[in-house]
Write a protein that binds this ligand. Structure first.
Ligand SMILES: Nc1ncnc2c1ncn2[C@@H]1O[C@H](COP(=O)(O)OP(=O)(O)OP(=O)(O)O)[C@@H](O)[C@H]1O
Length: 589
């Protein structure tokens, strides 16, 4: 369509003589002129935010990016080679994650299909991301649907991602620089984007509600267990505390008013007590549940993964935020520990954090301290300073007394610490220091061996949180990307890690855990000459060891099921892994 015809059509739509474009396109054109004061005759180039603003936007969306990444990668694999690019934009329209073919990088950047491009509708006019944010619907803005002439070569299909409270939190967009003329050519893109968003929302709901019941439901039984259409999270009394957008759409048809906060029996003929009947053990066909309007659905209930805390503590901190966000990415174990730490943070319960050296124990302890209300002292009791224990306890009054490495204390020091800690009982509640202990040793085993006082152990460890070693974490890439940003922030250009370097890091054993990884990346970034940190920039692993006692199932899970990678990480060859996998029943004989 020529530019002139485009301008004429916009004019016609504004004067009420539309030619039958999609209603959401015509509505958006109206907004562009009437609300944002745009002039279609004055095109403007793509808007790219500054590096600093991009960093802010990315930091705010960090958790979402981590959760969305696997969905995005899967989608990109499906469309690879077809010149599509994928953009993840935040709720303000700024692109915070991006997958595209590096061959077209310059062209994509110029067209705004790139990291940092701002696609809010009041800036870019009618466009996939911006108009999706306004309409809250999955849409395709194809070629001359775009308001601004700069963007009319593009075809953009976008779907909104909602958080578990039902608020629009991001947009997934799949775009083409050049596309066939008929808009119908993008209908497959539309279904792909919608399906990916559904999976991202599902993953988010599961990650946010590990300690709660989750009810998944679908109209057909076939994909219920693997790719359900919708899900809600429920508290112990059957109230809905989280949902996917698909669930909101279905449930909003059953009753007027909000969905969140309502009991599940308002929407389904189902009580919370019958959830265990909908667990996986039963055949799917028998897990039929009925909506209040009579429609049948197939249900799949997932029990809370952690029932260790009393109901009063559960739900006290619904979503761990603040300093907790930096502890881990998409790893079920780490997320569970973070959620438990967040719930324990405001209580006076004495917590013991264990884990190998460098697993981030101190960082977790500090996050728990920071989550408390008001400014309170944080005092570390290094084992060497045991002589000053009374003075330190006084300094920690009303705050946190962090006991770092009690396994190094001799009998005399343990007795002294016990006396001081027992003395806390006499203090008024608000002055009583809260005890958090970190240890890389197995204190329980030391108690059994008579090397650590049982009475002191029970004072320090009302509950134990154990951080996994880095080689067993499934959020390895998330950690690497975070540290790259952290150490690379002083570099003028945005740093990247080459695929070869990443593969090498994934294959290492990491006896020094996060500390070793942080050191390795810091050195590599210092040594890298350009914007790419590559294999030769990585310092060698100082202490490569293989550990016989690792659980193969866990190592394989952390390696995404990749046997070759698991073999390298454990320092054995692939056939050994295969043999062990068969022996341990992980593979058929
Ligand atoms: N989630 C994280 N992201 C980035 N860096 C981290 C993270 N957790 C820990 N680190 C870094 O790893 C190093 C070790 O962390 P920390 O001191 O908390 O571990 P630790 O388990 O207490 O170690 P140790 O047992 O040796 O005292 C620190 O330099 C810290 O900055």
């Amino acid at each position: 369509m020529s530019d002139l015809l485009h301008l004429r059509e916009i004019d016609e739509v504004l004067s009420g003589r539309g030619r039958g474009r999609d209603a959401f396109v015509e509505q958006s054109w109206r907004r562009c002129v009437e609300q944002y004061g745009m002039d279609p005759a004055k095109p403007s180039p793509a808007h790219i935010v500054t590096e600093a603003r991009l960093r802010e936007h990315r930091e705010q969306s960090e958790r979402l990016i981590a959760i969305a990444r696997s969905g995005l990668e899967a989608l990109f694999r499906q469309i690879a080679g077809q010149k599509y690019v994928l953009l993840l934009a935040d709720a303000k329209g700024v692109t915070v994650d991006y997958f595209g073919d590096p061959k077209f990088q310059e062209e994509l950047r110029a067209a705004g299909l790139y990291l940092g491009s701002d696609w809010s509708e009041d800036l870019a006019g009618t466009c996939g991301v911006g108009s999706c944010i306004v309409s809250k619907e999955a849409i395709t803005i194809h070629q001359s649907d775009h308001f601004d002439l700069t963007h009319t070569p593009l075809s953009c299909t976008a779907a909104p991602i909602f958080d578990t409270g039902g608020n629009l939190t991001a947009v997934l967009d799949i775009s083409l620089l050049r596309s066939p003329q008929p808009k119908i050519s993008q209908s497959l893109a539309l279904s792909l984007v919608k399906a990916s968003v559904r999976r991202v929302e599902m993953a988010n709901l599961m990650a946010m509600n590990r300690g709660d019941w989750v009810l998944r439901f679908s109209t057909s039984p076939e994909f219920l267990d693997v790719d359900p259409e919708a899900a809600v999270a429920l508290d112990g009394s059957g109230r809905i505390i989280g949902m996917t957008h698909g669930a909101e759409t279905v449930l909003a048809r059953q009753a007027v008013g909000p969905v969140i906060g309502e009991r599940i029996d308002r929407f389904f003929d189902l009580s919370v007590d019958s959830l265990p009947d909908l667990m996986r053990g039963r055949p799917t066909e028998e897990r039929l549940i009925q909506l209040r309007d009579g429609q049948g659905m197939f249900g799949h209930a997932i029990a809370p993964q952690s029932e260790r805390f009393p109901a009063a503590l559960r739900g006290a901190v619904p979503v761990p935020g603040g300093a907790f966000q930096a502890i881990g990415g998409p790893d079920p174990k780490v997320q569970r520990i973070v959620a438990e730490a967040a719930r324990l943070a405001p209580t006076p319960i004495a917590v013991l954090v264990t884990g190998e050296t460098g697993t981030g124990k101190e960082r977790l302890v500090r996050a728990m301290h920071m989550a408390q209300v008001g400014s309170r002292p944080f005092v570390t009791l290094p084992t060497a300073a045991i002589g000053e224990v009374a003075a330190l306890a006084e300094a920690a009054a009303g705050g946190t007394l962090f006991i770092d490495g009690p396994e190094a204390m001799n009998a005399e020091a343990q007795a002294m610490l016990l006396a001081v800690v027992a003395g806390f009982d006499a203090l008024p509640l608000r002055r009583r220091p809260r005890l958090i202990t970190a240890s890389a040793a197995d204190l329980g085993a030391m108690v059994r061996a008579g090397a650590f006082r049982a009475d002191l152990f029970f004072r320090l460890a009302a509950v134990t949180l154990t951080l996994p070693p880095l080689r067993l974490r499934q959020d390895f890439d998330w950690l690497v990307d975070r540290m790259m940003r952290q150490f690379g922030h002083l570099r003028p250009d945005s740093l990247r890690l080459s695929p070869a370097a990443r593969a090498e890091l994934q294959a290492r054993f990491w006896p020094g855990n996060l500390r070793e990884l942080a050191n390795t990346l810091e050195v590599a970034i210092a040594l890298a000459e350009g914007a790419v940190v590559d294999l030769p920039d990585l310092p060698p692993a100082p202490l490569a060891v293989a550990e016989e006692g690792e659980s193969l199932a866990e190592v394989l899970a952390a390696c995404g099921g990749n046997m070759a990678l698991a073999a390298r990480r454990l320092g054995v060859n692939r056939s050994t892994i295969l043999r062990r996998a068969r022996r341990e029943g992980l593979l058929p004989q």
